[in-house]
Structure formats: C-alpha cells, structure tokens
Ligand binder design. Structure first.
Ligand code: DC
Length: 220
C-alpha cells in the first residue's frame, strides 16, 4: 500500500488539493481533521467542556466513529449518524483545535487512522500524519501558505457564502489556531525532518494539485 502523509496549517488548501490529487491518482483521500471535528461536535452537543477530561473520557467511551468512502467523498458517522454537514462551522473548528490537544482524544483516533492506511493507497491529510500517525509513509509533504494568504482565501469563501465578516477577524482566528495547533505538547503541527515543504501562497489550485502529484509520482 502506498501511504502519502500531507500535513499543514488550517486554510492551506489541504483538503481540496488532496481531494483532487487523490482522485487523479486513484487514491483514497483521508481527511483526519474531520475526525477531530467529530469529537468536537459530540462534545458540543453533550455540553462537555474540553478541559474536563473525565467527562471527555466518558464521552469517548460512548462514541463510535466510522469513516466511509463513496465516489471520492468521505463520510464520517458519529454513532451511526452522518454528520458531514454539521462539522464545518467556526464553532466546531475552534472546538476541534481544543479537543485535539487532549492525549486521550488523539489516542482514541490513532488506530482508526492507521487502519485506513493499512487497507489502501491513501493520501492522508492532517497535522501529525508524517510525524506520528504514519512515520513510515512513502511520501511526506508539508503543505503551507502565509497566514495572510490563507486568511484572504477563507475570507473570500465566507463572503461568497453571504457571511458578513471582517478580513482581520479571519486573520486573527487563523493565527490563533496556528499557534494553538503548533504549540500543544502532544503531536504539535510541524514538518517532519523528511517532509517536502510546498508553499501554495503563490500557486493556483491547479498548480498546487500538479505539484503534489509530481512529488508523489517522483517518489513512488
Ligand atoms: O484540518 P481541520 O481544520 O479540519 O482540523 C481541525 C482541527 O483538528 C485542527 O485545528 C487541528 C486538529 N487536527 C489535529 O490535531 N490533527 C490532525 N491530524 C488533524 C486535525
């Protein structure tokens, strides 16, 4: 099985770039952020504070997370319910960053991620795929872009959705999440020593996809 690990900060375009690259390569794209978002969503609907480890542990004991792939689309099931369209809000994004600092949460999701990599050719995106989840991945890429560029892209996406939002507000949130994701004690966001850094600040979507495919084809 070919395993490709793609890590990077939020808003670098990992998800959309990986979806397209995986489609062209005939690989499965595993978006691991969706798993942390699922736990965050579950914590929100059960009113669980992420600092309360005992309640969080109880929550995990009654939580079943499954992941399905159909027509290049990943679906996450929380206790059997498809929650794909409930995990993309700003509230869930921030809470996902909070829950991802908790060791029991990371441990809870580890086996599922490794299992997926054992079963097929995967392009797995996240924050710690090359460093922790798949340290022996065949290819490791760190996909990034400047905070300003990521904020600009996110801002335009939100505007297109009709949301009233300030650019500076989006930039602040990106900087806050970057800081939190890269300064946590466990599995912080960072490129592994053997990863190839791809900066998409000045690349179009198509060029970013081509670059990723080129790196993968060269290596495997
Ligand atoms: O990629 P994303 O924005 O959907 O991820 C949501 C949060 O989950 C992100 O702030 C950090 C966390 N995360 C993580 O800690 N490890 C991963 N492999 C993927 C996501």
């Amino acid at each position: 099985m070919i395993n490709v690990a793609i890590d990077g900060p939020s808003g670098a375009g990992k998800s959309s770039i990986c979806t397209e690259a995986a489609k062209r390569l005939g690989f499965v794209h595993v978006d691991t952020g969706a798993l942390y978002r699922t736990i965050a969503y579950s914590a929100i609907i059960h009113s669980i504070n992420t600092d309360d480890e005992i309640s969080l542990k109880n929550l995990l004991n009654m939580t079943k997370v499954e992941i399905l792939f159909e027509n290049d689309t990943q679906t996450v099931l929380l206790n059997g319910e498809n929650i794909n369209d409930k995990i993309r809000s700003e509230e869930v994004s921030l809470k996902a960053s909070d829950v991802s600092k908790i060791p029991i949460v990371r441990e809870f999701l580890l086996d599922l991620q490794r299992e997926l990599a054992r079963n097929g050719n995967v392009l797995m995106d996240g924050r710690d795929i090359g460093t922790v989840v798949l340290p022996n991945a065949d290819v490791k890429i760190f996909l990034t872009a400047s905070p300003e560029k990521r904020a600009e892209r996110r801002y335009l996406q939100l505007l297109a959705k009709g949301e009233k939002i300030e650019y500076n507000n989006v930039l602040d949130k990106i900087i806050k999440r970057d800081y939190q994701d890269s300064h946590r004690e466990i599995a912080p966001l960072k490129p592994s020593d053997d990863s190839i850094i791809v900066d998409t600040s000045e690349l179009t979507f198509e060029d970013s996809v081509k670059k990723i495919i080129e790196i993968i084809e060269e290596k495997v």
